[in-house]
Design a protein around this ligand. Structure first.
Ligand code: FE2
Length: 252
Protein backbone atom coordinates (compact mmCIF):
# COMPACT_ATOMS: atom_id res chain seq x y z
CA UNK A 1 0.00 0.00 0.00
CA UNK A 2 1.17 3.47 -0.70
CA UNK A 3 2.31 5.65 2.15
CA UNK A 4 0.99 9.08 2.93
CA UNK A 5 2.85 11.86 4.74
CA UNK A 6 1.62 12.87 8.14
CA UNK A 7 0.11 16.34 8.10
CA UNK A 8 2.81 18.94 7.68
CA UNK A 9 3.02 22.40 9.12
CA UNK A 10 2.14 24.75 6.28
CA UNK A 11 5.00 26.82 4.94
CA UNK A 12 4.44 30.54 5.44
CA UNK A 13 2.81 32.39 2.60
CA UNK A 14 5.25 34.59 0.72
CA UNK A 15 2.51 36.70 -0.78
CA UNK A 16 2.99 40.34 -0.01
CA UNK A 17 0.12 42.78 0.28
CA UNK A 18 2.26 45.74 -0.69
CA UNK A 19 3.92 44.57 -3.91
CA UNK A 20 2.29 43.60 -7.23
CA UNK A 21 1.55 39.93 -7.71
CA UNK A 22 4.45 38.13 -9.40
CA UNK A 23 4.03 35.68 -12.30
CA UNK A 24 2.66 32.52 -10.70
CA UNK A 25 3.09 29.25 -12.59
CA UNK A 26 1.16 27.24 -10.02
CA UNK A 27 -1.94 29.25 -9.06
CA UNK A 28 -4.35 28.47 -11.92
CA UNK A 29 -3.50 24.82 -12.51
CA UNK A 30 -3.56 24.10 -8.78
CA UNK A 31 -7.03 25.67 -8.45
CA UNK A 32 -8.14 23.35 -11.27
CA UNK A 33 -6.60 20.32 -9.55
CA UNK A 34 -8.08 21.21 -6.14
CA UNK A 35 -11.51 21.39 -7.77
CA UNK A 36 -11.02 18.13 -9.68
CA UNK A 37 -9.70 16.27 -6.62
CA UNK A 38 -12.41 17.42 -4.21
CA UNK A 39 -15.17 16.80 -6.76
CA UNK A 40 -13.87 13.29 -7.46
CA UNK A 41 -13.43 12.52 -3.77
CA UNK A 42 -17.01 13.62 -3.05
CA UNK A 43 -18.33 11.47 -5.89
CA UNK A 44 -16.39 8.44 -4.65
CA UNK A 45 -17.99 8.94 -1.24
CA UNK A 46 -21.48 9.14 -2.75
CA UNK A 47 -20.94 6.22 -5.16
CA UNK A 48 -23.88 3.79 -5.51
CA UNK A 49 -22.13 0.45 -5.94
CA UNK A 50 -25.43 -1.14 -6.99
CA UNK A 51 -25.78 1.20 -9.97
CA UNK A 52 -23.52 0.00 -12.83
CA UNK A 53 -23.75 3.33 -14.66
CA UNK A 54 -22.70 5.31 -11.56
CA UNK A 55 -19.88 2.85 -10.92
CA UNK A 56 -18.61 3.15 -14.48
CA UNK A 57 -18.87 6.94 -14.57
CA UNK A 58 -17.35 7.62 -11.15
CA UNK A 59 -14.44 5.20 -11.59
CA UNK A 60 -13.77 6.64 -15.04
CA UNK A 61 -13.59 10.16 -13.55
CA UNK A 62 -11.24 8.95 -10.81
CA UNK A 63 -9.02 7.16 -13.32
CA UNK A 64 -8.98 10.20 -15.56
CA UNK A 65 -7.99 12.43 -12.64
CA UNK A 66 -5.10 10.13 -11.72
CA UNK A 67 -3.87 10.29 -15.34
CA UNK A 68 -4.14 14.09 -15.19
CA UNK A 69 -2.15 14.22 -11.94
CA UNK A 70 0.58 11.96 -13.31
CA UNK A 71 0.88 14.18 -16.35
CA UNK A 72 0.85 17.32 -14.20
CA UNK A 73 3.73 16.20 -12.00
CA UNK A 74 5.70 15.32 -15.12
CA UNK A 75 5.18 18.86 -16.47
CA UNK A 76 6.39 20.26 -13.15
CA UNK A 77 9.44 17.98 -13.15
CA UNK A 78 10.35 18.77 -16.76
CA UNK A 79 9.85 22.53 -16.70
CA UNK A 80 9.59 23.99 -13.20
CA UNK A 81 11.97 21.81 -11.20
CA UNK A 82 14.44 21.93 -14.08
CA UNK A 83 14.28 25.74 -14.05
CA UNK A 84 14.79 25.97 -10.28
CA UNK A 85 17.71 23.53 -10.30
CA UNK A 86 19.36 25.22 -13.29
CA UNK A 87 20.06 28.20 -11.02
CA UNK A 88 19.91 26.57 -7.59
CA UNK A 89 21.24 22.99 -7.58
CA UNK A 90 18.96 20.65 -5.56
CA UNK A 91 16.57 23.59 -5.03
CA UNK A 92 13.52 21.50 -5.94
CA UNK A 93 14.52 18.35 -4.07
CA UNK A 94 11.69 18.35 -1.57
CA UNK A 95 8.85 18.55 -4.08
CA UNK A 96 10.73 16.28 -6.52
CA UNK A 97 10.86 13.63 -3.77
CA UNK A 98 7.13 14.17 -3.16
CA UNK A 99 6.50 13.50 -6.86
CA UNK A 100 8.24 10.13 -6.64
CA UNK A 101 5.96 9.19 -3.76
CA UNK A 102 2.91 10.48 -5.63
CA UNK A 103 3.72 8.23 -8.59
CA UNK A 104 3.61 5.25 -6.23
CA UNK A 105 0.32 6.43 -4.71
CA UNK A 106 -1.24 6.92 -8.15
CA UNK A 107 -0.27 3.38 -9.20
CA UNK A 108 -1.71 1.96 -5.95
CA UNK A 109 -4.98 3.86 -6.38
CA UNK A 110 -5.26 2.72 -9.98
CA UNK A 111 -4.87 -0.88 -8.82
CA UNK A 112 -7.66 -0.34 -6.26
CA UNK A 113 -9.89 1.13 -8.99
CA UNK A 114 -9.35 -1.93 -11.18
CA UNK A 115 -10.07 -4.26 -8.27
CA UNK A 116 -13.34 -2.48 -7.48
CA UNK A 117 -14.43 -2.47 -11.12
CA UNK A 118 -13.87 -6.24 -11.42
CA UNK A 119 -15.24 -7.18 -7.98
CA UNK A 120 -18.30 -9.30 -7.21
CA UNK A 121 -21.27 -7.09 -6.21
CA UNK A 122 -21.12 -8.30 -2.60
CA UNK A 123 -17.53 -7.06 -2.26
CA UNK A 124 -18.08 -3.63 -3.83
CA UNK A 125 -19.24 -1.60 -0.78
CA UNK A 126 -16.15 -2.60 1.24
CA UNK A 127 -13.78 -1.94 -1.64
CA UNK A 128 -15.48 1.39 -2.48
CA UNK A 129 -15.09 2.62 1.10
CA UNK A 130 -11.45 1.53 1.14
CA UNK A 131 -10.79 3.38 -2.12
CA UNK A 132 -12.60 6.51 -0.87
CA UNK A 133 -10.47 6.64 2.28
CA UNK A 134 -7.19 6.08 0.45
CA UNK A 135 -8.19 8.65 -2.15
CA UNK A 136 -8.93 11.14 0.67
CA UNK A 137 -5.43 10.64 2.11
CA UNK A 138 -3.94 11.15 -1.34
CA UNK A 139 -5.92 14.39 -1.76
CA UNK A 140 -4.75 15.54 1.69
CA UNK A 141 -1.13 14.91 0.73
CA UNK A 142 -1.58 16.78 -2.53
CA UNK A 143 -3.14 19.79 -0.78
CA UNK A 144 -0.10 20.01 1.51
CA UNK A 145 2.29 19.49 -1.40
CA UNK A 146 0.70 22.17 -3.59
CA UNK A 147 0.97 24.67 -0.75
CA UNK A 148 4.71 24.06 -0.52
CA UNK A 149 5.02 24.53 -4.28
CA UNK A 150 3.04 27.77 -4.14
CA UNK A 151 5.13 29.16 -1.28
CA UNK A 152 8.66 27.70 -1.18
CA UNK A 153 9.01 26.88 -4.90
CA UNK A 154 7.44 30.18 -5.96
CA UNK A 155 9.83 32.01 -3.63
CA UNK A 156 12.72 30.22 -5.35
CA UNK A 157 11.37 31.00 -8.83
CA UNK A 158 10.82 34.66 -7.94
CA UNK A 159 14.35 34.96 -6.53
CA UNK A 160 15.94 33.25 -9.54
CA UNK A 161 13.87 34.58 -12.48
CA UNK A 162 12.15 37.77 -13.53
CA UNK A 163 8.50 37.75 -14.66
CA UNK A 164 9.38 37.88 -18.35
CA UNK A 165 11.41 34.70 -17.99
CA UNK A 166 8.64 33.05 -15.98
CA UNK A 167 5.99 33.92 -18.58
CA UNK A 168 8.25 32.42 -21.28
CA UNK A 169 8.70 29.27 -19.16
CA UNK A 170 4.93 29.05 -18.70
CA UNK A 171 4.35 29.39 -22.45
CA UNK A 172 6.88 26.60 -23.17
CA UNK A 173 5.19 24.33 -20.64
CA UNK A 174 1.70 25.01 -22.04
CA UNK A 175 2.91 24.51 -25.62
CA UNK A 176 4.08 20.99 -24.68
CA UNK A 177 0.56 19.91 -23.62
CA UNK A 178 -1.49 18.06 -26.30
CA UNK A 179 -4.81 19.79 -27.22
CA UNK A 180 -7.04 17.05 -25.74
CA UNK A 181 -5.24 17.27 -22.38
CA UNK A 182 -5.52 21.05 -22.50
CA UNK A 183 -9.29 20.87 -23.00
CA UNK A 184 -9.62 18.43 -20.07
CA UNK A 185 -7.64 20.82 -17.88
CA UNK A 186 -9.70 23.85 -18.94
CA UNK A 187 -12.91 21.99 -18.07
CA UNK A 188 -11.77 21.98 -14.44
CA UNK A 189 -9.92 25.28 -14.54
CA UNK A 190 -12.73 27.45 -15.96
CA UNK A 191 -15.14 27.17 -13.01
CA UNK A 192 -12.24 27.04 -10.50
CA UNK A 193 -10.76 30.49 -11.22
CA UNK A 194 -11.93 33.91 -10.08
CA UNK A 195 -13.70 35.86 -12.87
CA UNK A 196 -10.68 38.15 -13.16
CA UNK A 197 -8.24 35.22 -13.46
CA UNK A 198 -10.42 33.47 -16.05
CA UNK A 199 -10.84 36.66 -18.08
CA UNK A 200 -7.06 37.22 -18.07
CA UNK A 201 -6.40 33.61 -19.15
CA UNK A 202 -8.91 33.81 -22.01
CA UNK A 203 -7.80 37.28 -23.12
CA UNK A 204 -4.33 35.82 -23.55
CA UNK A 205 -5.75 32.81 -25.42
CA UNK A 206 -7.93 35.03 -27.61
CA UNK A 207 -4.82 36.92 -28.67
CA UNK A 208 -2.60 33.86 -29.28
CA UNK A 209 -4.79 30.89 -30.32
CA UNK A 210 -6.44 30.29 -33.71
CA UNK A 211 -10.07 31.60 -33.67
CA UNK A 212 -11.52 28.07 -34.04
CA UNK A 213 -9.53 26.80 -31.05
CA UNK A 214 -10.59 29.78 -28.95
CA UNK A 215 -14.25 29.27 -29.95
CA UNK A 216 -14.01 25.58 -28.96
CA UNK A 217 -12.75 26.61 -25.52
CA UNK A 218 -15.65 29.06 -25.11
CA UNK A 219 -18.13 26.34 -26.16
CA UNK A 220 -16.58 24.02 -23.57
CA UNK A 221 -16.81 26.62 -20.79
CA UNK A 222 -20.29 28.01 -21.39
CA UNK A 223 -22.31 25.15 -19.82
CA UNK A 224 -19.82 24.91 -16.95
CA UNK A 225 -20.13 28.51 -15.76
CA UNK A 226 -22.99 30.06 -13.82
CA UNK A 227 -24.98 32.36 -16.15
CA UNK A 228 -23.75 35.44 -14.26
CA UNK A 229 -20.12 34.35 -14.64
CA UNK A 230 -20.66 33.71 -18.35
CA UNK A 231 -21.98 37.26 -18.88
CA UNK A 232 -19.07 38.64 -16.83
CA UNK A 233 -16.61 36.69 -18.96
CA UNK A 234 -18.04 37.59 -22.37
CA UNK A 235 -18.23 41.24 -21.33
CA UNK A 236 -14.58 41.20 -20.27
CA UNK A 237 -13.64 39.62 -23.61
CA UNK A 238 -15.71 42.09 -25.65
CA UNK A 239 -18.11 39.36 -26.84
CA UNK A 240 -21.90 39.22 -26.70
CA UNK A 241 -23.17 36.82 -24.06
CA UNK A 242 -26.35 35.93 -25.92
CA UNK A 243 -24.67 34.69 -29.07
CA UNK A 244 -23.75 31.04 -29.51
CA UNK A 245 -20.17 30.77 -28.24
CA UNK A 246 -18.88 29.39 -31.52
CA UNK A 247 -20.11 32.45 -33.39
CA UNK A 248 -19.21 34.84 -30.58
CA UNK A 249 -15.68 33.44 -30.33
CA UNK A 250 -14.75 34.61 -33.80
CA UNK A 251 -14.76 38.37 -33.74
CA UNK A 252 -15.58 40.46 -36.80
FE1 FE2 B 1 3.74 19.03 -7.74
Amino acid sequence: MHTIHAARTPAPSHASTTTPRRADLYAAIHKALRRAMTDTLTRLGALDTEDPADLLRTLAQAEHLLDMLRSHLQHENDFIHTAIEARRPAGARRTADDHLEHQGSIAALQAELRTLRAAEPSMRPTLALRLYRHFALFVAENLQHMHIEETANNAALWALYDDEELHALHDRLVASIPPAEMMDTLRWMGPALSPQELAALLTDMQAKAPPAAFAAVMDLLRPLLDPGRWVQLTTALGLQAGQPARAAGVRA
